[in-house]
Unconditional design. Sequence first.
Length: 211
Amino acid sequence: MELLEQISQRLQAGKAKEVKSLVQQAIDAGVPAQDILEQGLLSGMSVIGEKFKRNEVFVPEVLVAARAMNRGAELLKPLLMQEGVKATGRACIGTVQGDLHDIGKNLVKMMLEAKGLEVIDLGTDVSAETFVKTAAEQNCQIICCSALLTTTMSVMGDVVRAAEAAGIRNQVKIMVGGAPVSQAFCDEIGADAYTPDAASAADFAASVCGA
């Protein structure tokens, strides 16, 4: 449908006002909210995610596109609830205790939402206990831990151990990322996945929730 293609294109261009206006036009034309979400907003964000992986666009473009997506999604939320559309999965995300960096975390959150996941953002300086308590109480399939400092990376290991102690380790996947983090570190602490960028993180999360 031409209108949905326009939404996707304007979102990729980061035109938040135009996206909002086009989404409203689609709603007024009687297009189902889920179609607007999937074929308009999410398909546009998915293109941005792939371009980001190939270094064809960078963080500023992703943030602008995500802002445009959110403007359109605000209009759709009440309609999606009426249609009974469920998120494909649920994740909690945060930057680990002692670390206040949040650009990477915010980027991953946006990419996860672009895959149709519900994301509980715990912010920065998050303790291992908070990650695990949230995952247990909110029924999350995924815990996403971000760290930008070598001195705070070790908290990720604490998250894995806390999940084991709480008896939820087999119910939740633990994803780790951030500049100092590597696949070797992920293996060492017994986490489930390390991804080098936000788009790959979203792909992994979507595959977990789709399984």
